[in-house]
Ligand binder design. Structure first.
Ligand SMILES: C[S@@+](CC[C@H](N)C(=O)[O-])C[C@H]1O[C@@H](n2cnc3c(N)ncnc32)[C@H](O)[C@@H]1O
Length: 214
């Protein structure tokens, strides 16, 4: 048994409706690895149980897997907004949301993240950043003013398959921008941060409260 299987076998099982979405994602999508999957899905659900957010924003829906994991742990009066730019995914995502008893807590916005974030007149308790790696810093700056003091941002893929540790090709903009994001967050005094070696790297960022000098 390898360590990933050991972790999974000592964590909660993947709910059946999510396992179905995971399977159909692998059958129908060109890049199914983008789906959070069993382990990270359980981590996201647990974070939501711990934080008990009332307003959640996800940037990058894909097939809706991670949105449903977070929605599962939200109270009945909480809402999760999720943004996806690929309109061809809309019907599949909505079908997945309809197939879950938690889907009604989710509002899907089809469009470019930066445009849609600007339209959202909300203050968030939790933001999950998981879209275009080249835009991470722009997403961060767009959501930070809309994040409650003490609120959290989770940024996915911050290890980017280990590429952040290696020499980078000059035209590998995804790796360059993930590294720029990681370096920026490290020295940003508006937030506290810790990077976890979870799956492809997950950075937890907490916005400092107003009475903390920034
Ligand atoms: C890694 S996948 C998201 C996976 C999903 N959060 C999960 O864990 O199951 C990234 C998604 O972000 C979307 N995306 C990329 N650029 C975007 C943008 N500028 N605005 C909104 N969505 C974007 C992609 O189309 C893709 O579906």
């Amino acid at each position: 048994m390898n360590i990933d299987n050991y972790l999974l076998s000592h964590s909660d099982k993947e709910p059946e409706y999510l396992a179905r979405i995971n399977r159909t994602t692998h059958v129908r999508m060109l890049n199914p690895r983008m789906c959070s999957g069993h382990f990270q899905g359980r981590v996201l659900a647990m974070f939501c149980h711990m934080i008990q957010p009332l307003k959640v924003l996800e940037i990058g829906t894909f097939t809706g897997y991670s949105a449903l994991c977070m929605a599962e742990a939200l109270n009945a009066d909480a809402v999760l907004h999720t943004i996806e730019c690929d309109d061809e995914l809309e019907e599949f995502i909505l079908q997945n949301f309809r197939g879950s008893e938690h889907g009604h807590k989710i509002n899907l916005h089809i469009g470019d993240a930066l445009t849609e974030i600007e339209k959202l007149n909300e203050t968030f308790d939790l933001v999950f950043i998981d879209a275009d790696k080249r835009e991470y810093l722009a997403y961060y700056e767009a959501v930070l003013p809309k994040l409650k003091p003490g609120g959290f941002i989770l940024a996915d893929n911050t290890l980017w398959d280990g590429k952040v540790l290696k020499p980078v090709d000059a035209n590998d903009n995804q790796t360059i921008e993930i590294m720029r994001f990681n370096d920026f967050i490290t020295t940003d005094h508006r937030v506290e941060k810790v990077m976890l070696p979870l799956r492809d790297g997950l950075t937890i960022i907490r916005k400092k409260c107003a009475n903390v000098p920034i």
